[in-house]
Ligand binder design. Structure first.
Ligand code: GDG
Length: 475
């Protein structure tokens, strides 16, 4: 078959059992690339004084990577700026945190052009190109402008916002025009596809037929491809020596108490603050859990240079201090709040030791922690998954205790219910969840996506033009 060229913002081939706090994206892409001959292109994560366009090629754990370094201004305007201060909060419905800055738009356009200049010569005519996530929406348009006629697919790991929210972005129309230059757009859930549909049909006056959207004189196929975890590898890790050791260590420290666990990148979209507040309410309204249960929250910091991330970290520090100050005893701490990453194997052992997992993002494209928690459970004594209705994962994991993360009472009641759930009900719920996690794993995801991309008749243009790069001008 043709080669596969994966392009994402960061290239970070994870090694088996590696510590790292790589997000789900990195984990999923590495699993896919091991199967195909091909290459993973992106930013090295390094900053240099002046951009050179030099490409470093390497092989890691069966995966060929090609990376470029970016200069400081690129990182500020494209990565910290447009990607993480503008698009990320907007795509997670957080208009209150969105920063619109003309320089961010210009940096976003510039880096997408730099990516295109660097990667285009590495792409052969029959390669499949698979571009990931919100950082690189304009990349296909840039590649088309450089003469590439390959099939190019895009997968969005985050939600796609409702049309009225998207319309607050000064460059909303141009962003959608960029999407029209792909052959296939993949969303995590029907909800995000619906938002895209509403924009194309309602905002632009485009049309849809058989999953193909036509607008701005171009057509693109769009579909739903919910991402999964590398279930087999995770289940194996959960039964490995590292997991066993972590499990035993934590069980020893639990000393007969029940543990609730949360594992999230330290991000305001993950709902950690509302979760802490609901847990505080549990201790207040159900004092029988004082001394008998505790919450372990693992939250490795990410995007630490961005103000909204510093703010959430400060609020969580204060809140965890308040909860522990109010409820702790000499031999019991209600909240173990840990700002570091653990190796995957250890994480699996920790999941297995927990009576329940709190996966309660305010909004999430999918959420892989929910699936990892299920994969790691002991079939004879499985824990309970408490899952936000607003995570993409909720569409596949209806046997979890589904909660509204904005409703503290609802979350508090779910915690109490999980901590007291009889074994038979736990097993029944878990079995359904486990079957789904195994079946809809990362292998199924990439096979469905790549098959759909291969089947999509390649458009030969003309595509909406790249003549006017995103300069931060209102559309
Ligand atoms: C984006 C979308 C979508 C976390 N702490 C540690 C650790 N992690 C790992 C988890 C999991 C991954 O990070 C997080 O994945 P999520 O899916 O929960 O969230 P994002 O990072 O926001 O990912 C999301 C995903 O892309 C895939 O499409 O599901 O909606 O936002 O794998 O285990 N890993 C290790 N130590 C930690 O302490 N080793």
């Amino acid at each position: 078959m043709s080669r596969m060229i994966v392009i994402s913002n960061r290239v970070a081939a994870p090694t088996q059992g590696g510590a790292g706090s790589q997000g789900g994206l990195a984990v999923a892409i590495a699993a896919a690339l091991k199967e195909y001959r091909g290459m993973w292109f992106g930013w090295s994560g390094e900053r240099i004084a002046e951009y050179t366009g030099a490409i470093s090629i390497a092989r890691h754990d069966g995966v060929t990577t090609a990376t470029i370094d970016l200069e400081e201004q690129d990182v500020d305007e494209y990565y910290n700026g447009y990607a993480n201060k503008t698009l990320w909060p907007l795509f997670h419905y957080r208009l209150d945190l969105v920063e619109f800055d003309r320089a961010f738009g210009a940096g976003y356009a510039r880096v997408n052009q730099r990516f295109a200049d660097a990667v285009a010569p590495l792409i052969e005519p029959d390669d499949l190109v698979w571009i990931h996530d919100y950082h690189l929406i304009p990349l296909a348009r840039e590649l088309r402008a450089r003469g590439l006629k390959n099939r190019i697919g895009f997968f969005l790991h985050t939600p796609w916002p409702p049309a009225r929210l998207l319309a607050t972005l000064p460059q909303h129309e141009e962003l959608v025009q960029c999407l029209m230059t792909y052959d296939l757009i993949g969303f995590q859930t029907e909800d995000w596809l619906d938002s895209f549909r509403a924009y194309i049909l309602g905002q632009v006056g485009g049309s849809e037929s058989d999953g193909v959207f036509t607008a701005y004189g171009a057509s693109v196929r769009a579909g739903v491809f919910p991402i999964g975890i590398d279930a087999e590898a995770f289940i194996a890790a959960a039964h490995g020596p590292e997991a066993d050791a972590a499990h035993d260590r934590i069980v020893h420290s639990i000393a007969g108490r029940k543990m609730l666990v949360g594992v999230d990148r330290l991000d305001y979209s993950k709902g950690i603050e509302d979760r802490f507040l609901a847990y505080e309410r549990l201790l207040t309204d159900h004092p029988e859990w004082i001394g008998r249960a505790f919450l372990l929250q693992i939250a490795p910091p990410t995007r630490a240079g961005i103000g909204s991330y510093q703010d959430i970290r400060e609020r969580l520090d204060a809140l965890s201090g308040r909860i522990n100050g109010a409820f702790a005893d000499v031999d019991w701490v209600p909240l173990r709040y840990v700002n570091r990453a653990y190796p995957r194997g250890e994480l699996a052992g920790i999941y297995r030791a927990a009576t329940a997992a709190l996966v309660t993002p305010l909004r999430d494209g999918m959420n892989l922690v929910a699936k990892e928690y299920v994969a790691a459970q002991d079939p004879d004594d499985p824990g309970v998954l408490i899952l936000s209705k607003f995570a993409g994962a909720a569409t596949q994991m209806g046997s979890a205790l589904l909660v509204n993360p904005f409703d503290g009472q609802d979350m508090m009641e779910a915690m109490d219910r999980a901590l007291t759930m009889p074994l038979a009900e736990r097993k029944e719920r878990w079995t359904e969840l486990y079957d789904g996690v195994r079946q809809d794993d990362v292998l199924a995801w990439r096979e469905h996506y790549i098959a759909a991309l291969q089947e999509t008749p390649s458009q030969q243009g003309p595509w909406p033009s790249a003549a006017a790069p995103v300069q931060g001008q209102p559309a």
